[in-house]
Design a protein around this ligand. Structure first.
Ligand code: GAL
Length: 674
């Protein structure tokens, strides 16, 4: 499959970073459309996503087709040199579908119906839904396959529905039969002898609906796996239809960022382009680190190649308790930060801010204030910056010596009720470890525990509650092959069915990490911490006996755990049995990275300045508001300003530089005037 840039770039034009957003012109009178494309051109927008929520417009009654308006839009965008990412409209079925086929409506855990009147009210398992979705996808693809504006397909939108209803019960059983073959195997995998849950007939197996007390965790785990697979089946069905019509065009669906609902590795493998929607809170001091993590994860899902920001907000969103706008410069900083982490497309929800509907208070690239508004001025500025750097940046790769392991199965298994501490939050732990590396300016990728890890000098497993045998073998092979591994607490405690391993952790992993006995877990409450000598541990602590030969790098001091290892090392395998406070975790991981030969991008950066290398370019991103001076050895030219550096670089608030290294100035030949 060709790259994003290859297929979306008009012939004869240099490589570029795609720039644009969701455009919902069906919400506006047609006179507005020409104004829209004029302003898009002014802002340098070269891509729009059309049709995301247009099902009731295209199919106002069952089987009817109204394509005229979309024909005119496709022609209009093309005439203005703007490409179209065309969406299948299947995430929001028209009211008539629910009326005619109530079984298309999903049921929640309590059996309540999710009615039409909002969006995403479809059961992934409903045959009627899938039939109508396939039919409209087929007609859409047939109609626009040869349209010159079409550059890419966008299937559905943020697949995230659940269904606990009867349609789901039917397909859940089918999925389980396929996985286990027999009820006996299912009973064994789920441990149904606990609390008399043994199933005697497939008809007794239900989605994990509202129950009196704690549910069977293996049942819940399989339901999450199944839900991800069901939605993926919906995606594949539509993807295959559009591919049949346009085998040369890439297909994507937009992920929510670091979201637990879909197995992000399995899904990404089914896409041509991986795209994500990112909405950090402008008030969150950790937002820069969060964006970096989303970029690193999405790039890794894309196999290390370019990816796409499908959605972000130009200003405020409307779904937090309190919704803050982005201060001047922050939109640009985050857009360029995504590019630094490997994005070849920077897009927004949405182009023109709505005047009606549930998102009328959500910003757009063109806000209610219009062309003179600050948000639009920034939209123009971002477009100019992307145009400047695009030809040099697009297609460039970001590489990292360090991999963070992440697996959705572990997330699903680990984040259930009935565990030693409700405070354990998989996402927060992964975030804390990634943040520690980000603070140390160490480039990071993500990997699945089954991936070949050989290219990485250091591999981190912050929190892999569930590790199957293949993953354990992979980690062992990695360390025996010369790699360095750091595991966080609760890693490897359960097998693929979420069955606790004998001894509380996989025995081979215990040997590798130098743990003789895992005695007791000592979770920590809010505000509680443990003294680990040079740092404080939070959230968790452990009573463990090290194996002979293992080195206690940091020990708990005082209390029940006095003298026991907080950080244990066995050669190149490390185990961290608490969550060190942020600065300490960063120091610890940076030290291990140094020893493993993983280097920071730059040394001596002022706080809040992020450095990322993409291809042969160096991005410096200033996440703070006070002017800073960055020491920068060598000669560089900033592609954004054209200015040369002379050993230092000054960045204003939210400032960005995209630097190209310049060779030494040529020495004038004898007799030549300098
Ligand atoms: C996304 C969604 C968009 C829009 C946006 C608002 O989750 O895909 O359609 O609702 O949020 O932030």
């Amino acid at each position: 499959m060709p790259s994003l840039d290859d297929v979306t770039r008009p012939p004869g034009r240099p490589p570029r970073i795609l720039y644009g957003g969701d455009w919902n012109p069906e919400q506006w009178p047609e006179e507005t459309w020409t104004e829209d494309v004029r302003l898009m051109r002014r802002a340098g927008v070269d891509s729009v996503t059309l049709g995301v929520f247009s099902w009731s417009r295209i199919e106002p009654a069952p089987g009817a087709r109204e394509f005229g308006w979309l024909d005119r839009l496709m022609d209009l965008t093309h005439a203005h040199g703007i490409g179209v990412v065309l969406a299948t409209p299947t995430s929001s079925p028209p009211p008539w579908l629910g009326r005619l086929h109530p079984e298309t409506l999903p049921r929640d855990e309590d059996g309540r119906t999710e009615w039409w009147g909002s969006r995403q009210h479809f059961s992934h398992s409903s045959e009627a839904y899938r039939r109508y979705a396939a039919a409209i996808t087929e007609d859409l693809a047939a109609r626009y396959a040869d349209h010159p504006a079409l550059t890419m397909w966008h299937i559905n939108n943020e697949y995230c529905t659940h269904d606990w209803g009867d349609e789901a019960a039917r397909t859940f059983r089918r999925w389980l039969r396929h996985r286990y073959g027999t009820l006996d195997a299912l009973n064994t995998a789920w441990g149904t002898d606990f609390w008399s849950q043994r199933y005697g007939d497939w008809a007794e197996v239900l989605p994990p609906r509202r129950a009196h007390y704690l549910k069977n965790p293996a049942h819940v785990l399989d339901f999450r796996r199944y839900t991800s697979d069901q939605l993926l089946e919906c995606f594949r069905a539509e993807r295959d239809i559009v591919r049949r019509h346009t085998p040369h065009l890439p297909v994507t669906t937009n992920f929510m960022p670091f979201w637990s609902g879909q197995d992000g590795w399995a899904w990404a493998a089914e896409e041509d382009v991986v795209s994500v929607d990112v909405y950090p809170d402008p008030r969150d001091p950790a937002a820069g680190a969060y964006n970096a993590m989303i970029g690193d994860l999405t790039r890794s899902q894309a196999g290390g190649g370019p990816w796409m920001v499908m959605e972000q907000a130009a200003g405020a969103v409307n779904w937090r308790g309190v919704n803050h706008p982005k201060p001047y410069g922050l939109n640009r900083l985050w857009a360029l930060q995504a590019v630094a982490h490997g994005a070849d497309a920077v897009c927004y929800f949405q182009w023109r801010q709505s005047r009606q509907g549930a998102e009328k208070f959500h910003s757009g690239m063109l806000g209610h204030t219009g062309e003179r508004g600050r948000v639009f001025q920034e939209t123009v500025r971002v477009g100019q910056d992307l145009a400047r750097i695009g030809p040099r940046v697009a297609g460039g790769r970001v590489t990292a010596d360090i991999a963070v392991l992440h697996d959705w199965n572990s997330w699903w298994a680990g984040d259930q009720d009935g565990k030693p501490s409700r405070r354990i939050d998989h996402a927060e732990i992964v975030r804390a470890w990634h943040r520690a590396l980000w603070d140390a300016h160490l480039p990071v990728s993500f990997a699945h525990p089954h991936h070949d890890l050989g290219a990485h000098r250091l591999v981190l497993a912050p929190h892999l509650h569930l590790l199957d045998d293949r993953a354990v073998t992979n980690l062992l092979g990695y360390v025996h092959g010369g790699g360095t591994l750091v595991c966080g607490f609760l890693t490897g405690i359960a097998d693929h069915d979420d069955r606790i391993r004998p001894g509380g952790m996989d025995a081979r992993l215990r040997d590798l990490l130098g743990i003789d006995l895992l005695q007791e877990w000592w979770p920590l409450d809010v505000g509680e911490h443990v003294d680990c000598g040079t740092f404080r541990g939070t959230l968790w602590s452990e009573e463990l006996t090290p194996a002979p030969g293992a080195e206690t790098v940091a020990a708990y001091r005082g209390g029940e755990l006095d003298g026991l290892p907080a950080v244990l090392r066995n050669g190149r395998a490390w185990y961290v049995s608490t969550l060190p406070e942020p600065a300490a975790l960063s120091r610890l991981l940076a030290g291990v990275a140094r020893e493993a030969g993983a280097r920071p991008v730059l040394d001596g950066l002022p706080p809040g300045v992020e450095a990322v290398r993409r291809g042969d370019l160096l991005f410096l991103l200033h996440h703070g508001r006070d002017q800073v001076t960055v020491p920068l050895p060598g000669c560089h030219r900033d592609l954004l300003t054209g200015a040369d550096t002379d050993g230092t670089l000054t960045l204003d608030r939210y400032g960005v530089a995209v630097l190209e290294e310049r060779g030494p100035e040529p020495v004038p030949a004898a007799g030549e005037r300098p």
